[in-house]
Each structure stands twice: as C-alpha cells, then as structure tokens.
Design a binder for this molecule. Structure first.
Ligand code: XMP
Length: 317
C-alpha cells in the first residue's frame, strides 16, 4: 500500500537534509524516471539542481526541442546540449549492438562530464534509477550476464568524483508514475512509453547513418501518432519501429522498387522483464502500413513483430 503523498513529503525532507546547500547535477532523458527525480529534487533544493538534457541524435522526431521546452515550462533549471553530430560521428560504421551501447554510454559520459565541469563546485550526481534497473544490473554480473549492458546504472567514471543520489531507487514504474502525478507533472509526460537510453541506435539494425535515423524517426512518428489518434497509445506499454538491414522488392506505379523494410513492435508488460505482443486491430495496422509506405521515402514494406519476451526481447538488439 504505497502512498505517493507520503513518499513525496518524506523524500523531499530527506533530500533537503542530505543535500543541504550542495549543488546537484542530473541528466534528464525525457523519460518518466529522470523527470520525476528532477521534479522531486527541484522541490527539495530548487535552483541548486542543475539538469542537463543531451541530444544524442537518436531521439524521436522533434523530441529534443519539444521536451526541452516542456522542462523549461516546468520551472526546471535545465540546459539542453545538442551533441547529435558528435554521437553519430563516433557511431559511423559500427554495427555490433553492444559496441553501439558502449560508444553511446562513453560519449554521453564525456558530454555530461564536460557540462558538469562548467558547474562550479557541484557535489552530487542525481539519477532516476528505479528498482527494476537495480535488479537488472545486479543480474548482469551473473554468468548469463552480457545479454545487454544497460548503461544507466553504475556508469559513473571515477574522475567525476561525485556522490550519487537516487531518490527513486526503491520504486517500481507504476509507483514512479503515481509520485509524478502527485507532483503535478503533465499526465501526457507521465504516460510516455519507456524509451531506451541508446535510443534509435538499437532499432537501426546494422550501421547507423543520419539518413537511416531520419527514416526511422519518420516511421516511428507515423506509428506513435497513429496509436495516439486511435486511442491505442495508453493501452500499450511500449511501442516503436525497427529499421531492418534488408531491402525488398516492391512496385510503385509501373516501377520496381528495392527499398527498406521496417518492423513495428508494440508490447504489453508491467516492468519490461516479460512482455507480450499486442493484438493491434488489423484495420489500424492496415492504415498505418499504408501511411508509412506513402509518407516515408525509402520504405516499401512494413511487418509486425508477433514475438513475446521471452524468448524474444523487446528491442531487436
Ligand atoms: P529488452 O530488449 O531487454 O528491453 O527486452 C527491456 C526494456 O529495456 C529497454 N532497454 C534499454 N534501456 N538502455 C536502456 O536504457 C539499454 O541499453 C536498453 N536496452 C533495452 C527496452 O527499451 C525495454 O523497455
């Protein structure tokens, strides 16, 4: 019987006591967890919380600007850092999923470290780590380990020399959402699907180019907007599109095309540990498939992923 009000009151008091007049830096991702952590800390220490929102060039379409504006509107002390070109340059030619994750993790830390050095006398690093992150990164140490290295936990290099504060560390996702609602965060922001830290890089199978990122952003945007306008978005735990490293033959008018295939994925889940594919209505799939192929240049085929986790995973990489 978790009570969000009591959690907020206690946690704000605890954070005030712990942090006093210290400066704290926090990386915002646009997701629910880091946002709730930031608003909670903002209530406790106000402008001593320095939020950094990094564009890794692998976010959803228009997401960097939209979310940054939203954060500013919430009164958060936030700085947007557009490092998309730097990430994409480092990723050029890389196809291996774990290598992609490692590069993104490393570059993120470099960018973040540069930014946090600009804040004079910062003492703490705040993170939006939640309970399932803690559990999953512990299990990563086991023998069946390197399924995927989630880089949001424990990724702090020694040279940053900051103490860590993680106000959501004991909470499950639904509890985080309830805390967010108590804090008055926009329900639309709280209801956002989870999105992986490495972003679209792990949904572009094979190597990443700016053109592929743009194709996938466009496909993803048609899919997500479609889910919203059909009233399906909130019935799905997570959804997204995957750009496959194959071309297939199609026809357009009298001409033969040889273009990219995209897969759509939508899953039901409670914590991401297990997941079932969602039985989206055929009418919806038909409409979205047509819309994607008509609107997004370079794509001539859409498939729907009907695999559950286990044995598949939610992401394809
Ligand atoms: P999988 O693909 O392992 O995904 O079934 C489970 C959940 O975790 C997300 N995910 C990640 N999140 N960094 C993250 O921050 C990652 O490297 C990563 N890999 C997967 C995935 O989107 C899903 O919500």
């Amino acid at each position: 019987n978790f009570t969000p009000n009591a959690f907020v009151t206690d946690m704000v008091a605890e954070l005030k006591e712990k942090l006093q007049d210290d400066k704290v830096v926090l990386g915002l991702s646009g997701g629910v967890d880091s946002t709730v952590a930031a608003v909670l800390l903002n209530q406790a220490i106000g402008q001593n919380l320095y939020c950094i929102f990094v564009n890794n060039g692998l976010l959803r379409k228009n997401e960097f600007q939209n979310v940054l504006n939203q954060y500013k509107g919430m009164g958060l002390n936030v700085k947007g850092v557009d490092a998309g070109d730097r990430f994409l340059a480092e990723l050029a030619g890389v196809s291996d999923p774990e290598t992609k994750r490692k590069i993104i993790g490393r570059v993120f830390i470099e960018v973040f470290d540069d930014e946090s050095h600009l804040i004079e006398d910062v003492k703490w690093l705040a993170q939006g780590t939640i309970y399932p992150d803690v559990i999953e990164s512990v299990s990563v140490k086991g023998p069946s380990a390197t399924i995927k290295s989630h880089h949001n936990v424990g990724g702090l290099p020694d040279y940053m020399k900051l103490q860590i504060v993680e106000p959501l560390r004991m909470l499950f996702k639904d509890e985080v959402r309830r805390v967010g609602a108590t804090l008055g965060i926009d329900p639309e922001l709280l209801g956002r699907h989870p999105f992986p830290g490495p972003g679209l890089s792990i949904r572009i199978l094979g190597d990443i180019t700016p053109e592929k990122v743009q194709i996938l952003q466009d496909v993803d945007s048609v899919f997500i907007e479609g889910l919203k306008s059909w009233g399906l978005y909130d019935k799905v735990w997570q959804a997204g599109a995957i750009l496959l490293p194959v071309n297939s033959v199609g026809v357009m008018g009298d001409e033969r095309t040889y273009e990219k295939v995209v897969a759509l994925r939508a899953v039901e889940s409670t914590d991401g540990m297990t997941a079932d594919w969602v039985h989206l209505p055929y009418d919806f799939l038909m409409k979205i498939s047509n819309e994607i192929i008509n609107k997004v240049k370079g794509v001539n085929r859409v498939v729907y992923d009907i695999s559950s986790k286990p044995p598949a995973t939610i992401e394809w990489e």
